[in-house]
Ligand binder design. Structure first.
Ligand code: AMZ
Length: 265
């Protein structure tokens, strides 16, 4: 069998040995006040602001061969403004699919980004506070265009820019959302985000196994070897489908080209 366009099908080599379905790389661009930034553990006052123009950064990712870019509107996630016009500009580059979240709390927010050129919208806070919205969105745009972002301290998801904790456990929330049709979760381990301490492949794998959905691993990638850990995780947990890499790319610890090669194995 040959992989589909997204590279997400199980394939086998000609000699019959199994190959893991393609793991997607999502280089990340986090936006604050129109600039590329990275936070540590999601805290707005532990911020690094980069000089690079966000549209140029995304263009560079496309030129380096990435199929996707993950764009987070941090101002909108914090409820302190919006970078939506910039997100639309990035979506207009062409040659790269945009997965974007931050502050998408209503159907009209989703319409704005999904009809504005983004390939996939990421719903965080609203998925926990208003799961009906997720179900409606999946019915309207299809499950492959809607991802749910579960950003957790361990297994306790946080909402509203990670400033509030949810009452329920990660696996309960994920199970309920999977029952409503969610096929893609993005699991961020907040304690690792921006820290280069390695991704949380264990919880990501458990989330994939227990929910039956695909999981994109986020937070903590700091070296190319960490991508080998994700690849190994995907061999053990069928649902692990990709990984988000932010600061490690900005800071030259891992290039997009090398990350793509590592994920291919
Ligand atoms: O860094 C943070 N404090 C932060 C962050 N990166 N807060 C939210 N987010 C991202 C999530 C997800 O992609 O990882 O924003 C999105 C969710 O936003 P919302 O507004 O739907 O909860």
């Amino acid at each position: 069998m040959v992989g589909d366009a997204a590279g997400l099908e199980l394939v086998s080599r000609q000699d019959g040995s199994p190959v893991i379905r393609g793991l997607e790389l999502f280089p990340a661009i986090d936006l604050r006040n129109g600039r590329c930034v990275r936070l540590e553990q999601g805290e707005a006052d532990r911020v690094t602001v980069y000089d690079a123009d966000p549209v140029e950064v995304a263009t560079g990712y496309a030129q380096a061969g990435s199929a996707w870019v993950h764009v987070v509107d941090l101002d909108a996630a914090f409820g302190e403004g919006s970078n939506r016009a910039l997100v639309r500009k990035i979506a207009a580059i062409g040659g790269i699919r945009v997965q974007t979240g931050g502050g998408l709390r209503s159907e009209s927010d989703l319409e704005d980004v999904l009809e504005g050129g983004a390939a996939r919208a990421v719903i965080g806070t609203a998925a926990i506070e208003n799961p009906d919205l997720v179900e409606r969105a999946i019915r309207r745009w299809g499950a492959d265009r809607i991802a749910v972002g579960l950003d957790a301290r361990g297994t306790r998801p946080a909402v509203r820019g990670w400033r509030e904790d949810s009452a329920e456990d990660l696996f309960q929330i994920a199970g309920r959302l999977a029952d409503r049709g969610v096929q893609t979760f993005i699991y961020t381990d907040i304690s690792r985000d921006g820290m280069f301490s390695g991704p949380n492949v264990d919880v990501s794998g458990e989330l994939a196994d227990r929910s039956g959905a695909e999981v994109i691993v986020s937070g903590g990638v700091g070296t190319a070897a960490h991508l080998d850990e994700v690849r190994e995780g995907a061999a053990a947990h069928r649902g692990i489908a990709g990984v988000i890499v932010g600061k490690a790319i900005y800071e030259g610890r891992v290039s997009v080209e090398e990350a793509l090669a590592r994920l291919r194995g």
